[in-house]
Design a protein around this ligand. Structure first.
Ligand SMILES: Cc1cc2nc3c(=O)[nH]c(=O)nc-3n(C[C@H](O)[C@H](O)[C@H](O)COP(=O)(O)O)c2cc1C
Length: 279
């Protein structure tokens, strides 16, 4: 498998471990993934939930946890791979999370669950690489056009989430339910056409990672053959020893039947996890 350059930073494996909240991908998972030469991603969603003052000083507890988790992840990674932070646009304290991630020294920030239109201004004058998560070429175009017009800045890489990805996707529920969403590798083809224009404009390669339902070596090969520069995988990491989730959470994924929607399992398991920590 080939290296992927993200600006002057380098991934020895073309793989991003997708950010998973709440508390599913923290320093342990992200650090060990980075140690293997890939990108380990911490999710900032309610990351401070283990802090004793989380219920009263949520903002401060989240900030503190961002700093601690990045520090620990970097120690585990021992200088290998990259450490990223997934910060959802929909978070109330989006700007503060981005600022804390920069202060903590992350290599990259990946933002979805909304259009991260202000992200370039938040990382201005830093060396932090930025990527939007998109589910269509239209969303990709809107973001890249806006970043170019407002900030003369382009994405350092792109993550495309197809309809099989866990998370907050840009698809209609009814299209997911009747299996009529655009296929991930078809979206890839259209996003590549959009990205090509900006690569020419900025004289810069913009790697594209595809996500959603990628589990096996063959899945990865298929994505790379179709023209992706790498893949983002999340669910596959949950049942690992290194994953930061509780054993009950991991077990829920192991027990899950294929017919159940992945997103339902995700939401169920998140609730279990939350309850476990509160009571
Ligand atoms: C348990 C779980 C939690 C997730 N949390 C987040 C999150 O906090 N922010 C986000 O942008 N995506 C989140 N995702 C989406 C992943 O980052 C990833 O893109 C997606 O799950 C990839 O598909 P896969 O799980 O089939 O590999 C989550 C996914 C899972 C399974």
């Amino acid at each position: 498998m080939s290296n992927v350059a993200i600006g002057e930073k380098r991934l020895h494996l073309p793989l991003i471990q997708g950010g998973m909240g709440v508390g599913v991908s923290l320093s342990r998972l992200a650090g060990h993934v980075a140690k293997c030469g890939a990108m380990g991603v911490i999710s900032s969603a309610q990351i401070g939930f283990r802090e004793s003052d989380f219920a009263y000083h949520t903002k401060e507890a989240n900030r503190r946890a961002i700093l601690q988790e990045v520090k620990k992840a970097k120690e585990i990674a021992e200088g290998h791979g990259l450490i990223g932070m997934n910060i959802m646009v929909a978070l109330r304290d989006y700007k503060q999370h981005v600022q804390a991630a920069i202060e903590a020294g992350v290599d990259c920030i990946i933002s979805g669950a909304g259009l991260p239109l202000s992200l370039p201004s938040l990382v201005k004058d830093t060396n932090v690489k930025i990527a939007p998560i998109v589910s269509s070429s239209k969303a990709c175009e809107v973001i890249l056009k806006s970043w170019h017009r407002k900030y003369q800045r382009v994405a350092d890489f792109i993550v495309i989430e197809g309809s099989l990805a866990g998370g907050h996707l840009g698809f209609l529920l009814e299209n997911i339910q009747n299996n009529s969403t655009q296929k991930l590798l078809d979206i890839l083809g259209e996003v590549k056409a959009v990205v090509r224009k900006y690569e020419a404009l900025y004289h810069q390669k913009i790697p594209i990672f595809v996500a959603g339902g990628i589990y096996t070596n063959d899945d990865i090969k298929q994505a790379l053959t179709a023209g992706a520069d790498g893949v983002q995988m999340a669910t596959r990491f949950i049942a690992t020893d290194e994953c930061d989730a509780s054993d009950a959470f991991k077990q829920a994924f192991i027990n899950a039947k294929r017919k159940i929607f992945q997103s339902s399992i995700h939401q169920l398991a998140c609730r279990q996890e939350r309850y476990q920590h509160y009571f």
